[in-house]
Ligand binder design. Structure first.
Ligand SMILES: *Cc1c(COP(=O)(O)O)cnc(C)c1O
Length: 379
């Protein structure tokens, strides 16, 4: 290997992607959205979230999400502060009645399982684990009242299809952490009861909010637990969040820029053709990335099973005798291509590429050419 620092490699301008942001969250925000937000001038930022100016944006966002996901009658869109991580605590307090089952297959799914396991008012959860790079399947167990799935495990680039486990107790809920999958992966909303996410991934907004699509069964569960006498801190009380959401508000003050960008993105997605269009665009990026890696002499898709390879977060192993992740990522970064680093705790010689709907599939193609260019000069 060359002793020259990889950051001295200059990638020719005609190989570079038009936008070099490939992170998995915060992810690429559309520059037009930022400009449109700036153009609101004095009329939106810095105004009260209890007045129609902001409430109408929340209303547009909630209606847009219901439309984007084709929500069946009776499903509700709730919003609150704290991101997906806080929603795990909310679900622990307000959605799990006695015992949950968790599919554990990476960093994020592990965290919700840990939150439920630590709750003194719940029975020990049933954990089904599988090695990183794969996903387990839910299996019905009597007494389980909430099945916790993850649409896309962002730490490993594994996606799974969503469905109710056959034979589950009547009334058991399916809760899905969809933080990196929502808006980029198709699914049937009738198969889920709580589909929750934060908007800094496919929704190209900023972090700090959570959104949840809740079925009538989930809403009933929330109301029943709220009236059961269980102590629930107000900021984690999903019943309070539902009441505020119905009024197009959040319980406490939200980040207005995040809300605005989120609503704008949902409008953009609907204007392009909705969830089908978004999922197809991400699939096109994924096809480009994985076929390049499969044909490459030094790169290969990390996820073995093709149908588990995420179409929104691509993980690509590198042959360490040819290229080290740190050198490749540093060279890319020095050329304006950022956040291709792998999830650190996974500990692999790997690149991770966000392929959310905002990312142009042509830019993913350009990225593969840039990686080849860098690796040729490293060896
Ligand atoms: C990013 C991510 C989270 C964490 O989201 P925060 O908004 O930072 O709490 C949780 N789950 C998944 C699957 C994610 O991709």
């Amino acid at each position: 290997m060359s002793t020259r620092p990889s950051t001295e490699i200059r990638i020719p301008a005609d190989l570079l992607p038009r936008d070099g942001r490939f992170g998995c969250g915060p992810s690429k925000v559309r520059p037009e959205a930022v400009e449109a937000l700036a153009a609101t001038g004095r009329s939106f930022l810095g105004t009260s979230h209890r007045q129609p100016t902001v409430k109408s944006v929340v209303g547009r966002l909630r209606a847009g999400l219901a439309d984007l996901f084709g929500l069946p009658d009776g499903y509700q869109v709730a919003l609150g502060n704290g991101g997906a991580t806080v929603f795990w605590d909310i679900a622990t307090f307000a959605l799990i009645e006695r015992r949950s089952q968790h599919l554990v297959f990476g960093e994020f799914s592990t965290k919700f399982a840990a939150a439920a396991a630590a709750a003194p008012f719940l029975d020990a959860p049933d954990l089904i684990e599988s090695p990183p790079g794969s996903h387990p399947d839910a299996r019905a167990v009597p007494g389980i009242d909430l099945y916790a799935l993850t649409h896309n495990e962002t730490s490993t680039g594994v996606m799974m299809s969503l469905g109710r486990p056959p034979g589950a107790d009547p009334g058991a809920l399916v809760a899905v952490d969809a933080t990196s999958g929502a808006g980029g992966l198709a699914f049937d909303p009738a198969e889920v009861d709580a589909y929750y996410f934060a908007p800094q991934k496919c929704f190209g907004s900023d972090g700090g909010l959570w959104a949840a699509l809740l079925s009538p069964g989930a809403v009933d569960r929330v109301r029943r637990i709220a009236s059961s006498g269980r102590w629930v801190p107000a900021s984690l009380d999903l019943a309070i969040a539902l009441d505020n959401s119905a009024l197009d508000q959040t319980y406490n003050t939200p980040a207005l820029a995040t809300l605005w960008l989120f609503a704008d993105q949902v409008g953009w997605m609907l204007g392009k053709g909705g969830l089908g269009w978004c999922a197809a665009r991400s699939s096109r990026s994924a096809e480009t990335l994985y076929s390049w890696a499969s044909a490459s002499g030094y790169a290969s898709p990390y996820v073995v099973k093709p149908d588990a390879r995420s179409t929104v977060v691509g993980t690509i192993d590198l042959d360490a005798s040819v290229a080290r992740e740190a050198d490749v990522c540093a060279a890319l970064r020095a050329n304006g291509i950022v956040d291709t680093e792998s999830y650190r705790k996974l500990g692999r010689n790997q690149l991770r590429v966000g392929m959310f709907p905002n990312v142009d599939p042509d830019d993913v193609q350009a990225l593969t050419h840039c990686i080849d260019y860098v690796v040729e000069r490293l060896t």
